[in-house]
Design a protein. Sequence first.
Length: 179
Amino acid sequence: MRYVALLRGIGPGNPNMRNDKLRGFFESLGFANVQSVISSGNIIFESKETDAKKLEARIETALPKQLGFTSTTIIRNQTQLERLVAQDYFKDLIHDPSSYLMVTFLKTPAKVMKTPYRPAGKPYKFIAAGSTEICSVTDNTVLKTTDLMTWLEKEYGKQISSRTYKTVQRILSKLQQPS
């Protein structure tokens, strides 16, 4: 199975969070064909294990021992990302510096938010939501995406990780390439 591990809170300023270290870490766990996608904690790998929760636990347990930090790990397989992208929730929207198209991945299924939804006084709206992903659009001319992340954490806790839709598409493209 081909997977992507979405690691929360990865910043390349920390030497142990750089792509080369993360790839080496995943290889040390016995995963095959390890690749990274940009430098924000998106690691593609192959494993015979079919239980995503077991993979998440294995990675989360080993991270502090081997690299000295903790990170929520959310696993998605290629089919799950293909389904998400095929829904085309952002079809006529543009991702640019003034407007971000975001996908927030939930580690555990949550109550589905009714969409479209705009929290009162907030410069973002939620355009689609399932039990494990939420799609949103931010107006960055008013506030940065950190306000969105704060709101999401209050609603769903810290067992989440967000990516721009462009990053999700890049991850999927790399997953679809022959290994």
